[in-house]
Write a protein that binds this ligand. Structure first.
Ligand code: ZN
Length: 185
């Protein structure tokens, strides 16, 4: 027998656009502000999921404002036990400009399963390479009671990847890839 909760897709998706306000993200002196790219991809992801209509969407920020990490976690944990998932959107930065690729982070086994569905789809959408799914103790993952994933959608410090991410069509494809992974969970 298959119990219903095993086949139900998430009912609530908490989307967390990384950084914001005075926290630009990325590295000191980085030309492209990570916070704007994360908000744009997150907003597109929210729109895709809202248009799909099967899940409730919650954003930890909707504009260029600073939201403390623990506030993001508290918001997510309000949905604990309600078939919710948490996806934090980031873009990577490297000291070496030739570093590129997609990395995803998780902290618990449910997070790993979610990451395994999102990660390969983002690699394909960005036409990038696999920098692996990694176990990390980031606060938004560690203190989160939902299946939680942090996706680094390519490197803004890599000229090729930055050019791709600066194209709205690419950001839309990345958002759709993340949505497809969430809906497959
Ligand atoms: Zn970041």
């Amino acid at each position: 027998m298959i119990s219903a909760h095993l086949i139900a897709r998430p009912a609530v998706v908490v989307i967390d656009p990384g950084h914001g306000g005075w926290d630009r993200g990325g590295m000191p002196g980085q030309r492209l502000p990570e916070k704007a790219y994360t908000l744009d991809i997150a907003t597109r992801l929210a729109r895709v999921l809202q248009n799909d209509g099967r899940v409730k969407v919650v954003l930890t920020r909707r504009d260029d404002s600073f939201v403390p990490l623990m506030s993001r976690v508290y918001l997510a944990n309000e949905y604990a036990g309600r078939n919710a998932v948490f996806v934090s959107i980031h873009c990577n930065a490297g000291l070496r400009a030739n570093a590129f690729g997609v990395e995803s982070y998780y902290n618990n086994s449910h997070g790993y399963r979610l990451a395994a569905l999102i990660h390969p789809r983002v690699i394909q959408a960005l036409g990038s390479i696999d920098r692996r799914i990694r176990h990390r103790g980031y606060l938004v993952l560690r203190r989160n009671r939902l299946p939680a994933v942090l996706v680094e959608c390519g490197f803004l410090t890599n000229p090729t990847e930055a050019a791709r991410l600066s194209d709205s069509g690419t950001r839309d494809r990345v958002a759709r890839a993340i949505a497809a992974g969430i809906l497959a969970y």
